[in-house]
Design a protein around this ligand. Structure first.
Ligand SMILES: [Zn+2]
Length: 335
């Protein structure tokens, strides 16, 4: 667990120095020195003072193993939970508006979804809805816990995601079971509501929901928050500190999608599906990564060659195990 802890600390500091993310509401494992260093990197101390969840009772913080970043935009706070590394560093975003919370994504491992739920409860507002960004297991397994803890919250996803989970969800859980045992979901939580593309307001916050196909996954939601100038990119954009998942051969179209995101003006802060939020410059480094992965895929006859070459091409990136995981799926028989 120590390695994941130090990884979070490192990426947090990088992210903070590049974005407006202001306050680290850390879990128990994060030493106070990490918090001080991060806050020192914030260019506007007045904003730093006003940000965060200070004043709320967060009794679970002392035992929490994941990390939480809070970014405030007037009446809106974005809380980003980051799981330890054994949960793939999945980030759950909690958008806190004036009267409610919207949760995006549900974690891979149930104990981390439980940490998310306990944290949300400290905010003292009802969960208006839960939104799933795409059908990869690391983002929906933990919805089992969130829907138990927030029984009134409806679960939304793009049209087509529920069909994917009906078709392949149980098989994916079964494939994770030997590794994670009872920390993985026992049942598939299928979204019951379709999220409409385009602009809508939820709890006074404007969202512009976008649908993307054939990138990191077959079907991926992204959300723009035009008033906060935040792009929620989920697994379209990956941290410069970590490898990306390349589980399907959509390299060319993924790069087209990234160029579309790059063309969005003014969205400097990007929340991502794994690791802490990043600056928009990370779109470019994700393009470079995907481009290199495409070249290596074209030149590699098997998973082992692909994996070794990609790791050698990006030796500074963490989470090398994700490359092995990706290669095993990328070179598996078409499903
Ligand atoms: Zn993911």
């Amino acid at each position: 667990m120590l390695s994941s802890h130090s990884g979070f600390q490192r990426s947090s500091q990088i992210a903070l120095s590049r974005s407006r993310f202001l306050r680290l509401a850390a879990g128990a494992l994060l030493p106070f020195v990490g918090l001080r260093a991060s806050v020192a990197a914030v260019p506007n101390p007045e904003l730093a003072q006003n940000s965060g969840a200070s004043g709320t009772k967060d009794a679970a913080a002392s035992s929490r193993t994941g990390g939480i970043l809070v970014n405030q935009f007037g009446p809106v706070k974005i809380h980003s939970y980051l799981s330890p590394a054994d949960g793939f560093h999945v980030s759950t975003q909690m958008i806190e508006g004036p009267t409610a919370v919207v949760i995006f994504d549900g974690q891979l491992l149930l104990p981390y979804a439980d940490e998310v739920a306990s944290y949300v409860q400290t905010l003292g507002k009802p969960v208006e809805r839960i939104i799933l960004s795409h059908a990869h297991t690391d983002h929906w397994s933990g919805l089992q816990v969130l829907t138990e803890r927030f029984a009134d919250a409806r679960v939304f996803a793009l049209d087509g995601i529920a069909d994917q989970l009906h078709a392949r969800g149980q098989a994916r859980l079964d494939s994770f079971r030997p590794i994670y045992g009872d920390r993985i979901a026992t049942k598939v939580t299928v979204p019951t509501e379709v999220i409409a593309e385009g602009v809508q307001r939820i709890d006074g916050i404007t969202y512009d929901f976008r649908r993307f196909v054939d990138a990191e996954s077959d079907l991926q939601l992204a959300a723009l928050l035009p008033e906060q100038k935040v792009l929620m990119a989920f697994d379209l954009v990956f941290s410069p500190n970590e490898h990306a998942f390349t589980v399907v051969d959509h390299f060319d179209h993924w790069m087209i999608v990234l160029e579309q995101l790059k063309a969005l003006q003014g969205y400097d802060t990007i929340t991502i599906g794994h690791d802490t939020p990043v600056h928009r410059s990370v779109i470019e480094s994700t393009i470079s990564y995907v481009k290199r992965a495409k070249e290596i895929h074209a030149a590699s006859a098997d998973a082992k060659t692909y994996s070794e070459s990609l790791k050698a091409a990006f030796p500074e990136r963490q989470q090398a195990a994700w490359v092995d995981f990706s290669a095993s799926l990328l070179y598996a028989a078409p499903r």
